[in-house]
Design a protein around this ligand. Structure first.
Ligand code: SF4
Length: 293
């Protein structure tokens, strides 16, 4: 793990014509391109011109809404292989947990599809294991399948999924890509839909956690992007609000974790897309720096 200080507002990724098409098509452009990036890349130079550009947003000022830069939290200290995982991953049946911890990818997926370890197994249409390349350097972790995910068997579909795709494309990532540099793997803390989209219950999280833990162990991603309060708190074993968890590099079993808002939240609160853009740039910068070490 790098000893470099983390950087909260790094240079943004190169904005390509493809990025612009994605962001424009989804109406996200104004919230995902920093004015400084536009200037760097030959787009409107003057403040007035930049401000009036359809993709411009002023987020050049230092973050006021997030904790100080390069603040590695207590939870972010590297965890050795002998240290126990977060408490949420320690409450399930020992025998089942130990069997899951030895599974390969195919067996893990089949076990998830057949799982009835919590009551959600009786109400779901199908378990949603995850999607993307098993070679991906980026792993996205959300909360739980919604109604559409339950129907299609894939995480992050529907409007929230389209927004996530646009967010990923804006930093050069694609859930359909095979190239490990561009690929992402997407999963949820819970693999089955809570009825009525209610909040997950602690026992459900405890039973499902070993499945996600094994996914992470098999993938060994370079970075986990935890989207939403529930995913962040579950992974980090924290009760802190998302506002306190953003802007820092945490760790989960030695893997960097960065926290941002869930796309479903952003659909209800579009003004926070600028904050997510900063989180994405922060994550991108963290992955790039780790690759150079
Ligand atoms: S939510 Fe997880 S633990 Fe519960 S039945 Fe589904 S896969 Fe099994």
């Amino acid at each position: 793990m790098s000893d470099h200080p983390t950087q909260l507002d790094p240079p943004g990724p190169r904005i390509t014509p493809q990025t612009l098409r994605w962001t424009q098509a989804l109406g996200l452009g104004p919230l995902f391109v920093r004015r400084s990036v536009l200037e760097q890349q030959g787009m409107p130079q003057s403040p007035a011109a930049a401000a009036s550009h359809p993709l411009a947003v002023s987020v050049a000022a230092p973050m006021q809404d997030a904790p100080a830069a390069h603040a590695i939290t207590a939870a972010a200290q590297p965890r050795s292989a002998t240290q126990p995982p977060p408490a949420v991953f320690s409450r399930s049946n020992t025998e089942r947990v130990s069997a899951i911890a030895r599974m390969g990818w195919d067996e893990l997926q089949a076990t998830t599809q057949a799982c009835r370890a919590c009551k959600l197994g009786g109400s779901r249409h199908q378990a949603v294991f995850g999607s993307g390349s098993s070679q991906a350097r980026w792993m996205i972790v959300g909360e739980a399948p919604g109604a559409e995910e339950d129907r299609q068997g894939e995480p992050f579909v529907g409007a929230a999924g389209q927004l996530l795709d646009a967010m990923l494309h804006a930093i050069g990532l694609d859930r359909r890509a095979d190239d490990p540099q561009r690929a992402v793997y997407i999963a949820n803390v819970l693999k089955c839909r809570p009825p009525g989209n209610r909040n997950p219950e602690p026992e459900e999280v405890a039973q499902c956690a070993p499945l996600l833990q094994r996914q992470i162990a098999l993938l060994q991603p370079g970075l986990i992007l935890a989207l939403g309060r529930f995913a962040a708190q579950s992974l980090l074993g924290s009760n802190a609000p998302i506002s306190q968890l953003r802007g820092r590099v945490h760790q989960f079993v030695g893997i960097p974790v960065i926290v941002s808002y869930h796309p479903a939240y952003l659909l209800r609160n579009p003004a926070d897309k600028a904050r997510v853009w900063r989180d994405l740039c922060f994550a991108r910068n963290t992955v790039s720096r780790a690759a150079q070490d």
